[in-house]
Design a protein around this ligand. Structure first.
Ligand SMILES: [Zn+2]
Ligand SMILES: [Zn+2]
Length: 307
């Protein structure tokens, strides 16, 4: 019998590359990792304190459902935010997972229904590159809701694997601007831009899967039907292959980046403007990327302003 590394009593149920725990010790370890992230260890600044109400972006997938559950268990006050993109059964299933979780835990939830709010599903908004439009639409709406509802912080379920894949992508392309910006805490740089945090940045995808299993969390298992996601998936695969041979590599890669981030230089402070249509912050002059997308789809459907 393999014994739990922590309590040295119970049998180890959870055997991952870098850890060997019984279920209850695993949960303790997991929660401590999240707490350390929230408290700002290695970041120099706290993500949020106990008296702040957090807007939690929940897609219905494993990682965001895990984070929502951990934050609630750790005693933080949260409100979920789900964006229904109108992608057929996939969106229906995702929304159902999120709604039943909120109801079972008596948690507040805001649902933005793209079709109701803007008259169009994601596919109708973006005919060609729906996958990248999805990222844009979600980022825009999450920030807009957070700002309009008066939240000072928005939490997302990005994990160590997500951050490592992004980092590897930014490094292989030497995208200095993105390297300067990448961080588990994205500070607000405009009064209408809400601070974003990633409390799972110390936790791997494998670990959220174990957490979800132990806590018996319901989540949407199928991947989004639109997601090509090929690039980030292949980076994740490669990193997992390395992790298998060198346990702890992913964490060392990402924490090392945070420590040495200054090497990439300071992000140049550029001033954000406000969109002429919606008033939300944008780097563009005129319309923001979201309003441009709306405009284009209106033109395609012959709904241009005729009055
Ligand atoms: Zn144990
Ligand atoms: Zn706009």
């Amino acid at each position: 019998m393999k014994v739990c590394k922590r309590c040295r009593k119970k049998e180890a149920d959870v055997i991952l590359s870098a850890v060997r725990f019984c279920d209850s010790c695993f949960i303790e370890y997991f929660e401590r990792q999240v707490q350390r992230a929230i408290d700002g260890e290695k970041l120099g600044v706290r993500m949020f304190s106990r008296d702040v109400r957090i807007l939690m972006a929940v897609s219905g997938g494993k990682d965001s459902m895990t984070l929502w559950n951990v934050l609630d268990d750790l005693g933080y006050e949260t409100c979920g935010l789900h964006i229904d993109l109108g992608i057929d059964e996939y969106s229906e299933a995702s929304r159902a997972v999120v709604e039943s979780f909120a109801a079972s835990k008596n948690l507040d939830l805001i649902v933005v229904d793209l079709r109701k709010e803007f008259g169009k599903s994601l596919m109708e908004l973006a005919v060609r590159d729906a996958c990248s439009a999805c990222g844009l639409v979600k980022r825009y709406l999450m920030n807009k809701v957070a700002y309009e509802e008066g939240f000072s912080v928005l939490a997302t379920g990005h994990t160590l694997d997500d951050e490592c894949a992004t980092l590897l992508g930014n490094l292989t392309r030497w995208n200095l601007e993105f390297l300067q910006r990448q961080h588990p805490i994205l500070e607000s740089t405009h009064p209408k831009l809400v601070r974003k945090v990633k409390p799972l940045f110390r936790i791997s995808d494998e670990e959220t899967a174990v957490y979800a299993r132990i806590k018996q969390l319901d989540f949407v298992r199928e991947k989004c039907p639109l997601a090509s996601g090929a690039t980030s998936l292949s980076y994740k695969k490669a990193l997992n292959e390395l992790e298998r041979r060198h346990p702890g590599l992913k964490k060392a890669f990402y924490l090392g980046f945070l420590k040495n981030k200054a090497l990439f230089g300071e992000q140049e402070g550029f001033e954000l403007k406000e969109c002429e249509a919606c008033g939300m912050p944008t780097a563009n002059v005129g319309l923001c990327a979201f309003c441009k997308l709306l405009e284009r789809s209106k033109r395609r459907h012959g709904e241009g302003e005729q009055n």
